[in-house]
Design a protein around this ligand. Sequence first.
Ligand code: ATP
Ligand code: LTN
Length: 334
Amino acid sequence: MSVEKRPTVLSGIQPSGRLTIGNYLGALKHWLGLHDQFDCYYMLVDLHAITVRQDPALLRERCHEFLALYIACGLDPRHNVLFVQSHVPQHAELAWVLNTFTQMGELNRMTQFKDKSAKHADNINAGLFGYPVLMAADILLYQAERVPVGDDQKQHLELTRDIALRFNNVHGPVFTVPEPMIPPVGARIMGLQTPTAKMSKSGDAETDAIYLLDEPAVITRKIKRAVTDTENAIRFDVANKPGVSNLLSMLAALSDETMPALEARFDGKGYGHLKGEVAERVVALLEPIQARYHEVRAAPDYLQQVLRDGAARATKKAAITLGRVHDALGFIPR
Ligand code: ATP
Ligand code: LTN
């Protein structure tokens, strides 16, 4: 296959809070290695992050931190386009157009909107409501075939597909209709203290999440204190044993062992055993990532160069699609 004809993959993470093991197992991990088959675009979605109020200095700091973590996790900027959403003005421009192809009723049904507006009741802004339209613009601008995300983004992906099909029905085949790539295990890691709710990077409870930059001793302590149940039987049963099932899911995602194999291996063992093994695996995964992170983070000029290159490469592709969209709509060419 010639290099120009390779299909495109795109994904993004909001630079809010701190990256968690959930973000890694549900999304980031699956971005690695795709560049062999796809043209890969990975973003820091700062335009999305400001739908919740952010401290400006902290937002800037986090963008650098997340970029360094992308690289430390194994995303090589020579093989992946790494960029910041706000550096490519076409995202906001296409979102405006796609707003006119999205119904209020569709946006009203989005569970992330419902969750976030309950959490930020004092600031239910129009950006929060239109969030999925901007996400559709992110994806459709690059004609992405595949979008590797965690389970919580499935509904947004379905809406993106509907918007693309609707535009194409009116104006001809301008957009590629994307497919989600949701991993079979690890797509929904739950909180350690509240295993009935998704582990979140901007949650309030420090002990609910494992952050990629947590010290090994902190990781081990958090896992040892994770909520389980009183039955003392290790089996995967989300409805009745959410805490134990979450630990098993993490282990399955970390070890590539199947759930039946894990259940058999832990048959008759105690929760302490399971927690010990999960902690060991998480620490072994994160130690080299953290070491590499500190190296990369200490090279601000390099990070700046990565972002400059990424923005230039992304803009090139985005401008082509936006030109086609404007042409299809009947806008006079500049
Ligand atoms: P926030 O808490 O700040 O809203 P988040 O932790 O949900 O953020 P996002 O930036 O919304 O993180 O998501 C980045 C990627 O990580 C998405 O692909 C999302 O599906 C995935 N992801 C987020 N949380 C989890 C989780 N607990 N388990 C698996 N994947 C997750
Ligand atoms: N909405 C996503 C982040 C996101 C994204 C995207 C993911 C914004 N644009 C494009 C994949 C593709 C989230 O909240 N996790």
